[in-house]
Design a protein around this ligand. Sequence first.
Ligand SMILES: O=C(O)CCC(=O)C(=O)O
Ligand SMILES: [Mn+2]
Length: 199
Amino acid sequence: MKLSLRGVDIYPGFLTIEAQEAMLADLRQVVRQAPFFQPVTRFGQPLSVRMTAAGKFGWISDRGGYRYADRHPQGQSWPAIPASVLTVWTELSGCQRAPECCLINLYRDAARMGLHQDKDEADVTCPVLSISLGDDAQFRVGNVEKGGKTESLWLRSGDVAVMGGAARLAYHGVDKIRPGSSSLLDGGGRINLTLRVVT
Ligand SMILES: O=C(O)CCC(=O)C(=O)O
Ligand SMILES: [Mn+2]
């Protein structure tokens, strides 16, 4: 099944529970090598999500601003993107290029992500593909221009969203998660993966 939210393709329940658990096991290996860190704005304000990444690039935000970086803040290269994650890209992205960044966001409790565009990538012909694991999240999509009407839906564990075509540069964000709605993650919360071609 496929739904559309203002041009964003949503595949509810794309990953079975078994596939979600297998992906999570792979992500634990990634996090062992590249631990979650707390990004801050250039004014030192912490973001409410914790982040890490896999792939050629990660996305970091610190006192020096935000940017793609080829190393974790601790200095090591990012681990490879797990095959279980790459498979989803191959199945749904419709893009010939391989993803260069798998950003891993951890939402706990009151974590959220304000409306923003993903526009730091030099090539925006490929979509951004997002995978939800764990607690439900209220995902909001607006327009390519700032302002105007927005619509939201609840993303659940195993759902995949693909922001491509006219929706590639649409404003989007996460209003809130529903703590305790899933028992997939140890310690609760939600992990969101976003796969992107960067260069
Ligand atoms: O958590 C989500 O569903 C969206 C994440 C996102 O938009 C981002 O990391 O740029
Ligand atoms: Mn985004």
